[in-house]
Ligand binder design. Structure first.
Ligand code: FES
Length: 173
């Protein structure tokens, strides 16, 4: 028999062994919860890494309403549809590539002007004046039965404008 020195009550070996087993059991349960929690966390972060994000398609409008040489704010997509003089289309994000302020289109000067730190972009979204480090992001465009559709779930980063970014009606009809 063992005597506990603090309370002077006897501690039976059977009781000590029983308490040890409970502590070991609780430790195993806690460890299992940590492992399961970790696996679920990594599984959910892999699912949301952007590659398997579902497309969110908005209808911007009939292609014939977007005249060449115009930039139109698409409220539903929080983006602009820029139609260049040759008829090519770009769906341009409103988010400044400097610190993400919303960038308005200033028609009188034919350019996007960021109100936060004065970056300027042309109608292709290309940087004319920094501090913006690169062109405004683009969204994929498709045209079905003259309806311009924009996938706002997949913004594409780009360093600058290139002509292969333009979408023409005949390409997707
Ligand atoms: S957020 Fe646009 S220039 Fe800084």
């Amino acid at each position: 028999m063992i005597i506990d020195k603090k309370d002077r009550s006897p501690v039976l070996p059977g009781r000590r062994s029983f308490l040890s087993k409970i502590w070991i059991g609780l430790g195993i349960v806690a460890l299992a919860e940590c492992i399961i929690g970790g696996i679920s966390f990594f599984a959910s972060s892999r699912k949301n890494d952007g590659k398997d994000t579902e497309a969110v398609i908005i209808e911007a409008g009939d292609i014939n309403t977007f005249l060449p040489g115009t930039v139109t704010l698409i409220h539903a997509g929080n983006c602009y549809l820029s139609r260049l003089d040759d008829g090519g289309l770009l769906a341009i994000s409103r988010k400044c590539t400097h610190l993400a302020c919303a960038v308005p289109w200033v028609a009188e000067r034919n350019q996007f002007e960021c109100p936060c730190h004065a970056s300027i972009f042309d109608k292709t979204g290309d940087v004319i004046k920094s501090p913006a480090p690169r062109a405004l992001n683009l969204y994929p465009i498709s045209i079905e039965n003259d309806m311009v559709k924009i996938d706002i779930s997949r913004p594409t980063k780009r360093a600058s404008f290139a002509s292969d970014q333009l979408v023409y009606p005949e390409e997707t009809a």
